[in-house]
Design a protein around this ligand. Structure first.
Ligand code: ZN
Length: 410
């Protein structure tokens, strides 16, 4: 598990220009490494070092060796991701895959440092640049030092150093801690349905409403359309400020909801629908224009991201499942019938059960996950001896749910 803290050290002008020069050479080292890897179709650090180290040293004479190694490591990772993306794309669109842009770094990049090139002793931070090693005093807020204390296994893993749009030098300290200290805890499996009218609905029937958010969004949409019509320079300025306001509001909302969910006791797994697949597109195609507008600027993935990292800290897992038919299926008798859903009510036309449509979907999402785990669990049982059937943590919480809620499963 990794966490980061951003600090803004106070530096002199010469130090800032040294960082700028370092950044330039770092980008060059990265580009040379990436180019070499792709041309030789390799992703080996050793190979790269053998072939390219001397040349990089010539091109970037003052860049410290430690930073060349950092740039090389980043390049290897970038090329690996690029390769994976390309192979995936090749199957579907071979022409597009040929034209795919190679990984490259601009001069205004953010540099990655590792423990060899950055050190933090107390509040004294030192890191290497093209010139001298820069020594500076930083202040980290106490709640961070308390939370990421070495006694709990947290270690400084490295840092990202760059210059932001305002011209400030920022240091993004990265702390790492082995996952094992937050072992899986016992508890139930809860399905979460994300929607427009309720941001999140749990399978226990708790709604986290979007009434406020919708009101604020509507207001912003209205003001925005008026300003866009005006089109003057001050209107454009106002629009920019407005987009910031709206973003902060949504972020705050997502932070509050994910915090509440992550702090809920007796939960071991949260199950979300996998919205990255076709589901969203299908929704977009069939719904009205206003609906599409709502969907397009709703921040599903942001909520998922915030929930995931908060849950990680509390030992809760976040899983995703196939989302197909979760809103049309009856969670009691499992019949799929589109006509059963009317607005936010779900009244099954076959077994007559009634509930909130979002709760119904959340239960379906949870059950989809349970079914999946049971199937994979059975597959593991059927494996020959010595297969890692015992090493699966999933099997335990499912057993608990099975005994406590048999009616849902059968
Ligand atoms: Zn039914």
């Amino acid at each position: 598990m990794r966490r980061s803290i951003t600090v803004f050290p106070e530096l002199t002008d010469t130090e800032v220009s040294a960082i700028m020069e370092t950044r330039k050479q770092y980008a060059r080292a990265f580009n040379m490494s990436a180019e070499c890897l792709i041309n030789n179709s390799s992703t080996s650090k050793r190979f790269l070092h053998k072939v390219q180290y001397e040349r990089i040293k010539e091109e970037c004479p003052t860049l410290p060796t430690g930073l060349i190694q950092c740039a090389r490591d980043v390049a290897v990772e970038a090329v690996k991701t690029w390769n994976a993306k390309r192979t995936k794309l090749k199957q579907k669109k071979p022409k597009k895959a040929e034209r795919m842009k190679r990984p490259s770094m601009k001069e205004k990049c953010t540099m990655r440092y590792d423990v060899r090139t950055i050190t933090l002793r107390g509040s004294q931070l030192t890191f290497s640049t093209c010139g001298r090693r820069i020594k500076t005093i930083i202040s980290i807020p106490w709640f961070f030092t308390e939370r990421y204390s070495p006694s709990e296994g947290w270690k400084l893993k490295g840092a990202n150093i760059g210059i932001d749009r305002k011209g400030r030098v920022f240091v993004n300290l990265i702390y790492e801690c082995p996952d094992s200290i937050n072992e899986n805890r016992g508890g139930k499996i809860v399905g979460l349905d994300r929607g427009i009218y309720n941001i999140v609905t749990t399978s226990d029937g708790v709604h986290y409403g979007a009434k406020d958010a919708r009101r604020v969004k509507r207001k912003y949409n209205h003001v925005r359309s008026q300003l866009q019509e005006k089109g003057t320079r001050s209107a454009k300025r106002r629009l920019k400020a407005l987009s910031g306001c709206e973003k902060r509001f949504v972020h705050d909302q997502n932070h509050c909801i994910s915090r509440k969910l992550a702090d809920t006791d007796d939960v071991s797994v949260y199950v979300l629908e996998d919205l990255s697949s076709m589901n969203m597109l299908r929704l977009k195609g069939k719904s009205s224009r206003t609906m599409r507008k709502w969907i397009s600027n709703w921040s599903y993935s942001d909520l998922e991201f915030k929930l995931t990292y908060k849950c990680q800290m509390n030992g809760i897992r976040v899983e995703t499942v196939d989302a197909r038919y979760t809103s049309q299926k009856c969670s009691v008798c499992r019949t799929i019938d589109k006509a059963s859903r009317k607005g936010n009510r779900y009244t099954c036309r076959h077994c007559g059960s009634r509930m909130h449509a979002d709760t119904n979907a959340a239960i379906n999402i949870r059950d989809n996950y349970i079914t999946r785990v049971m199937q994979s669990g059975q597959a593991a049982v059927n494996q020959p001896h010595g297969w890692s059937a015992t090493g699966r943590p999933e099997t335990e919480p499912v057993g608990q749910t099975l005994t406590s809620k048999p009616s849902v499963l059968y």
